[in-house]
Design a protein around this ligand. Sequence first.
Ligand SMILES: [Fe+2]
Length: 313
Amino acid sequence: MPMQRNTTEDDITAEALQRFAGTQDPRLRQIMLGLIRHLHDFVKEVELTEAEWFQAIGILTEAGRMCSDKRQEFILFSDTLGVSMVVDLLSHRKPDGATESTVFGPFHRLGAPELPAGGNIAHLDKTGTPTLVGGRVLDLDGKPIAGALLDVWQAQSSGLYDSQDENLTDLHMRGKFRTDADGRYLIRTVLPVNYPIPSDGPVGRMLRATGRHPWRPAHIHFVVSADGYEPVTTHIFDRTDEYLDSDAVFAVKDSLICDFARNARAGGEAARLGIEPPYYTTEFDFRLKAAEQGSTVLDAQRRLAALGARAAE
Ligand SMILES: [Fe+2]
């Protein structure tokens, strides 16, 4: 006797849920059942047409084709849809005084050079305003953490990351810095600028079609890690930026906003490093919480690699 065929869209949903219900791994089962339920509900709610379905396949195909070691269109989709920040908030609720995290973004590259305190990550940038970013890495009791690693990356003053700049083949605006015995770090760079996320692909078309701008407020990226502490992936933002309230990727958190002070006279660290005024300075202390299980600087680097960042070499 022939089995009864599905006749309605709800029959198909029920059948799909049933097929996945036998998934052995409980977490995978939860994810797949949730995905089927929401995906089917979504399609039914908007009554997706065949033409729209085909367009969606085309968009995903194009996004996949655009991905390379220098371009990650899927992270851009996740970021601009707000999904990355929802995942961030679910994973990192930090009411405990630790530095808040924010999106990893698509522009990290492995292989940044280790630089001494005051090392210049912007040595090829001829148009930016010199800037010193300094501060400490502390534990939650305010005790300095010596030997913490700060993996730093930033857009050039042109608004382009090195990987987007056709004139560059080498890494630029990237460096790794270690804290000294007092937990202090010092980074020489240029003043961060706001920049539009890459909009020459399907993410850009989505933003234009929905009346959204592609701009991100000026920021510097950090992954800060130390042996025995939970690493944090975050940015610091410039308080004066016009896009703080409309970041294209929803990544701004109040606690990460900094004041960049303009200095008209030489002095202090800037003079020692041979920086001519005017230049900017800002201070930001990172606070790390102790890891529940052993966590090391190396673990943080491995985690970055697993997130899809590829070695530059
Ligand atoms: Fe960025």
